[in-house]
Design a protein around this ligand. Structure first.
Ligand code: MN
Ligand code: MG
Length: 650
């Protein structure tokens, strides 16, 4: 927009209406090619390459458009790891995410928390390649007395002066202010990379301080790129999912959101005061969240009216366009798409231009992840982790323990028992029915390891007490729904609890009593401190003492407090190492000719009487049902989201 020569309206005070289309991508996590690198097969429902065709199409339908990304673009998939760890930046190298975004002519982007996973140097080298502004108002290199005295890492906001065409076909000028924020927790989660270098400020405080300046500088419209989710109504200092309080800030006109990997508007956010899931607004302002991994393109159509020299938003329509829907309408049944734009999906699916730009990166990554590094006698998967069978977590636990024990040898902590805490990296949830680790027995490749452990975490170890450990286990055990003996076929897992907070502590043995109510909610807050599910908690056959001390192998993310596990504070850190889990696993596997893994988890589920319950798992689990023969599994169908429903006997 604004390239061609246009005749300008004679008088800026004259009343006019402009249609402005605002597009969002968010939480791409390096999903470029429509490819599942963990399974080494195409996945047409994801990725920026195909999304680029939806963008082209959406641009073709509208006169005036702007495209933004909302953060978490640099980490995720083996492509991200390959560029950060294996290849680095070589002379002339362009990061494929930046190359694709440049080709797609983004208007501005903001940073998410995952941008910091590979360290500041890698991030800044990547951003240096961006041909568009990068904004973030609360990620700082110097914290001032007030937000406007802060020194920001990238610019806090940018004013985009654009020529647009109004409904009468006349050119008009409009100034669009774009400001971004991300969770201030970044400095905790990434303390190892950012300690002493990067500081953060509360998102609401930062936006409230900068927006008046943007207005004074001439912004006719203020767009907030909030790498944050829709959470609590009330503002609390430093809150993570601050979208509702952010929407209340005067002068913010429109919000692009993300971080929690969901879709807005959708029924998932129904019944929240101020949140309109029919029209897609929060506190009356248009808002959108466009899924994750390039699953959706967010489209907000704004009507802007200028009256007496002032622009205001006079109407809006909010819509998410799913790649999945575009693929379906492309199928054998022709192009009968259900909603706007999808009828043309036929043209959408080749994406030759952006595909070509990232093709070399795709090929290099495939070659890298297909390299053989070892061998396993045991299939390694996470389908039945919630039943207590999971070779994937067992292998990670043992690799962590091996590394930490070697580091502690001969030191002050040598005599303490070394336990290993692991949560499943892939276990269904919002990631969907394919989101399980699934490595066949036989040769192991780098891809197999990437499938086991998807996070770019560093190894760490904490010193904890027995009482703290017990609370970790209660927190984790709260992922199960309470089962009632008189009521068969209860659903086993409560989807409000993310699997990455289901920490199993290897080295202990314990039972989880599912007849008891949960102690914690999904967000980590306590329901009732008297609720208890953990029984028979033993170490080497003896009851675990509350005041005994242990070394717990974990990762930097958890050790610095992610998820709010008790005792996970810097004071209790005994090891924090630059080594990333991916490399620790690689070393562990390549040192051994043949892996034979006991998939038994440290816990057993327990009910006072035999009980039937329903586990949702990936359909690919079907081939492995013999692994849970003790539970007498019965397939009872596949649900709408594609999960296989298994009836099991506890
Ligand atoms: Mn994300
Ligand atoms: Mg995020």
């Amino acid at each position: 927009m604004g390239q061609e020569k246009l005749s300008f309206a004679p008088d800026p005070a004259i009343r006019t209406t402009v249609d402005l289309r605002i597009m969002e991508t968010t939480d791409l996590h390096v999903h470029l090619h429509p490819y599942d690198y963990y399974a080494d097969c195409p996945n047409p429902d994801l990725g920026l390459v195909r999304l680029s065709e939806l963008v082209d199409q959406a641009r073709g339908e509208a006169r005036n458009t702007l495209l933004f990304d909302n953060g978490d673009f640099l980490q995720g998939t083996p492509v991200g790891d390959f560029f950060a760890y294996d290849r680095g930046f070589r002379e002339g190298d362009e990061h494929p995410v930046m190359a694709a975004m440049n080709a797609m002519r983004y208007d501005a982007i903001t940073l998410g928390n995952h941008e910091f996973n590979y360290g500041l140097d890698f991030l800044m080298k990547s951003l240096a390649q961006a041909e568009f502004p990068v904004v973030s108002a609360n990620i700082l290199t110097g914290l001032g007395a007030a937000p406007r005295q802060d020194r920001a890492l990238v610019r806090p906001y940018k004013l985009l002066r654009r020529h647009v065409v109004d409904r009468a076909g006349l050119a008009q000028e409009i100034c669009i202010g774009v400001i971004g924020v991300a969770p201030p927790q970044i400095t905790t989660w990434e303390r190892m990379h950012l300690g002493g270098k990067v500081f953060t400020r509360d998102m609401v405080d930062a936006v409230a301080a900068w927006v008046p300046e943007m207005r004074e500088a001439g912004a006719d419209l203020v767009i907030l790129l909030a790498h944050a989710g829709i959470g609590a109504l009330r503002h609390s200092d430093g809150m993570e999912n601050a979208v509702i309080p952010l929407a209340r800030i005067e002068g913010v006109d429109l919000l692009l959101t993300g971080h929690i990997h969901q879709v807005f508007p959708s029924r998932a956010f129904a019944d929240i005061p101020g949140v309109d899931v029919e029209n897609g607004s929060i506190c009356g302002k248009p808002a959108i969240m466009s899924g994750f991994f390039g699953s959706h393109l967010g489209v907000i159509d704004l009507q802007m009216q200028r009256d007496g020299g002032e622009w205001r938003v006079s109407g809006f329509k909010v819509e998410n366009r799913a790649l999945r829907a575009a693929s379906m309408s492309f199928g054998a049944f022709g192009g009968a798409g259900a909603s706007t734009g999808q009828g043309e999906a036929r043209a959408v699916l080749r994406s030759p231009r952006v595909r070509k730009i990232v093709a070399r990166a795709h090929d290099m990554v495939l070659e890298n992840i297909r390299q053989p590094i070892g061998h396993t006698e045991t299939p390694i998967n996470s389908f039945f982790v919630f039943l207590g069978q999971s070779a994937s977590t067992a292998l990670v636990a043992e690799a962590q323990r091996d590394f930490v024990a070697a580091r502690l040898a001969g030191g002050a902590y040598e005599t303490l028992p070394v336990l290993s805490a692991v949560s499943p990296a892939k276990a269904g949830g919002l990631g969907g029915a394919r989101n399980y680790t699934n490595v066949a027995k036989g040769p192991l490749t780098r891809r197999s390891l990437a499938d086991l452990y998807t996070f770019p975490n560093h190894i760490a170890a904490l010193k904890l007490t027995g009482a703290q450990l017990r609370s970790w286990l209660e927190r984790s055990a709260s992922i199960y729904n309470q089962l009632h003996p008189e009521q068969d076929d209860g659903i086993l897992i409560n989807p409000a609890h993310p699997a990455y907070n289901f920490e199993m502590v290897y080295g202990l043995s314990y039972r989880i009593d599912l007849s008891q109510p949960a102690r914690y909610r999904g967000d980590g807050s306590v329901i009732d401190p008297g609720h208890s599910r953990i029984r028979d908690l033993h170490l080497d056959g003896a009851e675990l003492e509350d005041d005994a001390e242990f070394i717990i192998c974990t990762n930097s993310f958890r050790a610095h407090g992610a998820g709010g596990f008790e005792g996970a504070v810097s004071d209790n850190l005994v090891i924090e190492d630059r080594a990333v889990m991916r490399d620790i696993l690689h070393q562990y596997v390549s040192k051994r000719d043949q892996l034979s893994i006991d998939p038994t988890t440290p816990f057993r589920l327990w009910m006072p009487e035999p009980q039937r319950a329903v586990l949702r798992t990936g359909p690919a689990a079907f081939e492995h049902l013999d692994a849970i023969a003790d539970f007498a599994p019965e397939v009872i169908g596949v649900d709408k989201a594609g999960f296989m429903r298994l009836r099991v006997r506890l």
